[in-house]
Design a protein. Structure first.
Ligand code: NOJ
Length: 560
């Protein structure tokens, strides 16, 4: 961190050390956020220019998570890194990065980097050295294995039956070594061997380097895959739709010694208070996510993001999360990211003929009031939609690499540039955007939505402001209300002295809710309503009946 950065941090720009629990994290896909130099690709100076949209005078988020900013051949949208220690010059200079950290800190925004430590690009110098022979400093840095004999045509046979998530085998033969290397993802993403002490030491040195530059948190890409079974046994097989599903992934992820690795990693972060990390759970259950969560090391679970937009699915997701995480572990809340469909599109589609605008507002309410640290993907605050991208315009090679048996879809559709204002380039770029903007960018942009108190952006701003001043919404316990039936999802969030009731109508018709008149809850204060067309009373008596319209969400506070 620069001297000015340290000075700023000392002047208490920041709140308590448990910001990672109370706060909201905003995910930026840097290529698509804001382009300052007009080359059509978002960059770090562009992010600096937009910090006021995110800081206390805007949304008021607590941290930004930057999807990878490192040099990368771009075979997997930046998740194929060729140098983990530097900034890709396309995004700016090293000085730009330090300035971004300082400028973010000045606004009370923490910075979280996305570390891809499971694999590198095949253009990473370690791999370039490793693949040429079995001797040399980096020879053992990757997961190399001898062939399991030869097939009938005399070709080397892969060491075991593991398959790639993106489709095809998880092993690629390297004739120069006479061995195979492993890749859970693309062949251009060879897997690092974390069991080699020098490899772990090098990874941790890289981690320290970023922390020294003022980074406040780290997202660990596909972290539960770091370790594989040392003997590389074949996975058992089972029935399933795709080659990946047809294996029980006993040996290529989630190894018993993995939690100890995370403890060693956490020890580095814990040298200073308030540093968080979040592991991206790869293809696992909510129980696995909860099991790997501890203290300020969070883990994404996919229960909410995978729930269809109906009350019973959302109630089940909330129940499963509460049961798995319990009181002692802190969950995350995620409804979209750079790998998944935009939430307004996905949820409205899953509900049938729903009004996607209303769904986006209610989804915002769920994201920001359910127990757990919310991760808000850029553009969701505008209700951005999946954008149709023709195959020849796709920027997601894995989507087309394998036509059969692949799990993946074209992620270009959820990575389109952020629209800031009307006009050519939508304020994202003065040049030609690297990926087309959504067809609605002329109206669905920050400038236009700021002027409309009913816009999705205004909804997010109201919700975020409410959350920032409502301890029960930040850190309170969650209890699904026993009367949460039919189309209604109802839950309370509570800290001593404050009880909040959240009501979501996830149906296409009106729903009724009778407020309890139980002693101690004589009346309720209306804190928030997604529907601002017909304002409700500010105070509602216990025992009153509320009618919620389709996809309407309201938040109430008990007046003792
Ligand atoms: C998880 C990332 O979120 C995804 O975008 C990427 O394709 C895979 N890891 C492989 O790097």
């Amino acid at each position: 961190m620069t001297e000015s950065g340290r000075a700023l941090e000392r002047t208490a720009t920041f709140g308590p050390d448990d910001w990672w629990r109370r706060g909201v994290v905003y995910q930026i896909y840097p290529r698509s956020f804001s382009d300052a130099d007009g080359d059509g690709i978002g960059d770090l100076p562009g992010i600096i220019d937009r910090l006021d949209h995110l800081g206390p005078t805007g949304l008021g988020v607590d941290a930004i998570w930057l999807s990878p900013i490192y040099p990368s051949p771009g075979k997997d949208g930046g998740y194929d890194v060729s140098d983990h220690t530097r900034v890709d010059p396309r995004f700016g200079s090293e000085a730009d990065f330090d300035r971004l950290v300082d400028e973010a800190h000045r606004r009370g925004i923490r910075v979280i980097l996305d570390l891809v430590m499971n694999h590198t690009s095949d253009e990473h110098p370690w791999f370039v050295a490793s693949r040429t022979g079995r001797t040399g400093r980096h020879a053992g840095d990757y997961l190399w294995a001898d062939p399991a004999g030869q097939d009938a045509d005399g070709r080397p046979r892969a060491p075991n039956n593991w398959v790639s998530w993106f489709g095809g085998p998880a092993w690629t033969y390297e004739p120069r070594r006479g061995q195979f290397y492993h890749h859970t993802f693309l062949a251009e993403q060879p897997e690092i061997d974390w069991r080699v002490p020098a490899v772990e030491a090098a990874q941790f040195e890289m981690v320290r380097g970023w922390l020294d530059r003022g980074v406040d948190g780290l997202r660990l890409d596909t972290f539960n895959v770091f370790l594989k079974h040392p003997d590389l046994p074949s996975n058992p097989t089972r029935a399933g739709r795709t080659p990946w599903d047809r294996q029980v992934h006993l040996y290529d992820r989630d190894q018993p010694d993995f939690p100890a690795l995370i403890e060693r990693f956490r020890a580095i972060l814990d040298a200073e208070p308030g540093r968080m990390s979040v592991g991206e759970l790869f293809d696992g259950t909510v129980e696995t996510a909860a099991g790997l969560t501890s203290g300020s090391h969070l883990v994404f679970d996919w229960t909410l993001i995978e729930a269809a937009w109906n009350a019973s699915a959302v109630r089940s997701a909330i129940e499963a999360r509460e049961e798995a995480f319990g009181e002692g572990r802190w969950p995350t809340a995620v409804l979209s990211n750079h790998d998944r469909r935009r939430q307004a599109s996905r949820l409205a589609d899953s509900a049938g003929a729903a009004d996607a605008e209303a769904v986006a507002r209610a989804a915002a309410t769920l994201l920001l009031t359910v127990r757990g640290t919310p991760f808000l993907y850029y553009g969701e605050e505008l209700g951005m939609r999946d954008v149709d991208i023709a195959p020849e315009e796709s920027v997601d090679p894995p989507a087309f690499r394998f036509t059969s048996g692949s799990h993946w879809w074209d992620r270009s559709r959820c990575r389109t540039p952020m629209p800031w204002s009307p006009g050519p380039g939508s304020g994202f770029t003065g040049g030609r955007p690297w990926l087309r903007l959504g067809p609605d960018a002329g109206e669905r942009n920050v400038e236009v939505q700021l002027t409309d108190p009913r816009s999705i952006l205004s909804t997010y701003r109201r919700l975020l402001a409410l959350r920032a001043t409502t301890p029960a919404l930040q850190i309170g316990s969650l209890r699904l209300h026993p009367d949460s039936v039919g189309d209604l999802v109802a839950y309370t969030r509570e800290v001593p002295g404050q009880r909040i009731l959240v009501l979501l109508n996830l149906g296409r018709v009106n729903s009724r809710w009778q407020l309890s008149g139980i002693p101690g809850e004589p009346a309720w204060r209306l804190l928030f309503d997604t529907d601002t067309t017909a304002p409700r009373d500010a105070v509602i008596a216990g025992g009153a009946t509320l009618i919620l319209g389709p996809d309407e969400a309201i938040i109430l506070e008990a007046i003792p």
